[in-house]
Every structure is written in structure tokens, then in C-alpha cells.
Design a protein around this ligand. Sequence first.
Ligand code: SDX
Length: 385
Amino acid sequence: MGVLKDTGAIEYSKGLEGVIAALSSISAIDGNEGKLIYRGIPIEMLAKYSSYEETAYLLLYGDLPTREELDEFSSQMRELRILPKKVEDCVKELPPNPHPMDILKVAVAHAGLYDPDQYRCCREGVMRKVIRIIAQIPTIIAYYHRARTGQEIVPPDQNLGHAANFLYMLHGKKPDEEEARIFDIALILHAEHGLNASTFAAMVTASTLSDINSAIVSAIGALKGPLHGGANERVLKMLDEIGSPDKAEEYVLNALKEKRRIMGFGHRVYKTYDPRARILKEYAEYLSDKYNDRKYISIGEKIEEIMIRELGNKGIFPNVDFYSGIVYQFLGIPRDLFTPVFAMARSVGWAAHVCEYTQNNRIFRPRAYYTGPDYVEYVPIENRR
Ligand code: SDX
């Protein structure tokens, strides 16, 4: 009986580490130099000069928009951020205890049922669906939070940009302009990052020619996993446990001795400082001084010093999650909404890769190297022990 066993030389890379699975012009990461570019533009430039709307346009269409293109795109985002009434009612009725990432998964899938472009496959129809999802996710998150805390929902303010409007819907009051700008920058930094697990999940779903809504729901499910999303939530929990900078050394060394991971450190691609973490650290510092509360930043900087001393030679440095939680905490974002906020930002990266990949589509279908027995007789159940 011939066997199906693989016999040739195998190119097996656990977790597809280092495997090139697509050609893409959307972004590039230099893991050794700690560089990140979106369509060729360094992330530092976009953080300094751009907005989330402008960056989303760049990622989706490939070039920076003209003033008219940006105005048109921004007004489409504002128009499409309104939830259909049935989706709004559904979000308000959902139970308060599941993790908000499960709520997001349900609500995005539900919203897809009312998408007027649901079955359109033409480029315009797909782009309208994409922009609608990107625009609606913040509304879903804010509405859910207001409902679960017994507060009246706050409909979007069409005079506010994407970042400011989210904080307005969440808190029920216009955000401080400076803080809205800091949140806008955080969204830019989280918008896109190549073939990370959630983006790849979206691409695999889309490669079967399933719809964009299903692809985004796949991505949300992947981002919920603690190795990918939610590390910033756990960083703050760790900072609370440590309590003060002088206790950081003992905590970190014990964790490393017990092979426990320090959240917010390490990365599959970056083997040096994550450039996004550098920028977020600046704002964590700024907000700590603005609010005269340096508890978290002082413990965080101590942990950074210890981790780089202990593991820097293994390429373990702060990643995007280490300082983002401190920023979000000062912006009044509840900790269990940190990962939904990550999803809100990354929705454009997910969509951009889905649109790009399906332009020259090939269904993802890797193989496994068979390590099972060559041949086993079938034994009738009465003869089995
Ligand atoms: C994101 O891919 C992306 O781009 C993701 C992301 C994006 O923008 O989409 O950047 C967002 O997911 C950021 C990562 C958030 N997660 C965390 O911060 C969780 C903690 N970090 C890790 O668990 C880990 O670093 C990963 C998952 C991020 C990367 O893991 P890898 O590449 O699979 O690394 P590994 O598990 O092979 O570890 C290599 C070594 C191991 O030690 P040894 O067994 O070789 O002795 O480094 C150690 C690990 O134990 N290590 C850590 C560590 N991360 C790796 N040790 C202590 N603390 C850590 N955080």
C-alpha cells in the first residue's frame, strides 16, 4: 500500500515564521533597524503630519489624497459611521459581561446583514463596504460601552473627525483637542503592520472569495488572542501588580526565571525597539506630566531598562503594546476596550490587504508534513480493547 508520507526535503517553518506569503506594496517593516513605512512614507512622518482619515486613504488607495479627495473620503467616513437602527438596538441589548472583542465580532457580522452594498463585488461597492466597516466599528464600541454602563448612547457628531468623534461618543463630551490629536496619532500607529496574525486571517478568508465582512470578523477573532491583541491591557495590570519602580526588578527577574512573558515586549519581526513604541512612549510621558501622575510611566521605564538589560541581546524590546495602554488610560478609555480600539485602527490595514491580495488572488492552502503512522489496519469495534 503506497503511503502518503512526505519523503522529500521539507521547508517547514513553525507559525510560518519568515515565510513570504504575498507580494504587497502597502507597508514594510525593517525588524533589525526598527523601521515601519506605509506606502513608502515613514511612520514618524505620518504620526507628525497626517490624520487617521488621510492615512486610511493612503493605505486603501496607495497615494496621499488631494484636498478634494480627502474631503470626499472624510465625508464618506462621517456619513457611514451611523449604525442601522436594528444594529444599534442589537448592540444595546447585548450582555454586559462578554469581552468587548466578542461583542465587536457579533456586531460587525450583524451590521454586515444590513449593508446595502452587501452583495456588490464591483470596486466601488467593495470600497463603500470597507469604508462603512471602518467607520462603524468606533460607533459599535462606543454604543456598547455606553449601554453596558447604563448611560444614554451618544450619536456621532458629524463635525468631529474619526478620532475625536470616538472619544465624544465614548465620554459624552467633546474631547480636549490635544488629546483627540494624541488618540488620532495612536490610531495611525496601529493602522497597519503587514501580515500579522489578524491581517493574515482576513486574507485567508478573503482568498476563498468570501465577503469583506466575513474577512473582518475573522481578523477580529484572531486579534482577540492574547499573544496578538490585549497585551496593553495586561501591561497595565502588571504595572498595578508591581505598584512602584523599586519593585520592578524583583518582579521581572522572577517572571523571567519562571519563563513567564512580560507583556508588551518581544516581536516576531522587530528585533529592536518597535518604532511605534518610541512614539507612544513620548505621549505616555507627556500625558503623565500633564496629569501630574508618573506612577505608570516610572514603573514602565524601569521595566524597559531591566528587560533591555536582560533580553536586549535576544532582540526583546518594547513593542507597540507596552506604552499604548498608559496613553489610553489617560484618555479615559476603559482597559477592556484597548483591543477593540486596536481593531478600530487596524480595520483599514485588514481591508487594504484583503483588497490588494484579491486583485491577484490565489486561495491560501498550505500543507502539513504528515508525521503519523504509514499504515494501520481497520479493527472492528468488537475486537478493540
Ligand atoms: C502585536 O505581528 C505583528 O505585527 C503584531 C503586532 C501588530 O501590529 O499587528 O505588532 C501587534 O501582536 C504585538 C505583540 C503583543 N504581544 C505581546 O506583547 C505578548 C508578549 N510577547 C510575546 O509573547 C512574543 O514576543 C510574541 C508573541 C510577540 C512574539 O513571539 P515569537 O516571535 O514567537 O517569539 P518566541 O515565542 O519564539 O520567543 C523567542 C524567545 C523565547 O525564549 P527562549 O524559549 O528562546 O528561551 O524570546 C522569549 C521567549 O520566551 N520571549 C519573551 C517574550 N517574548 C519572547 N520572554 C519574555 N517576555 C516576552 N514578552
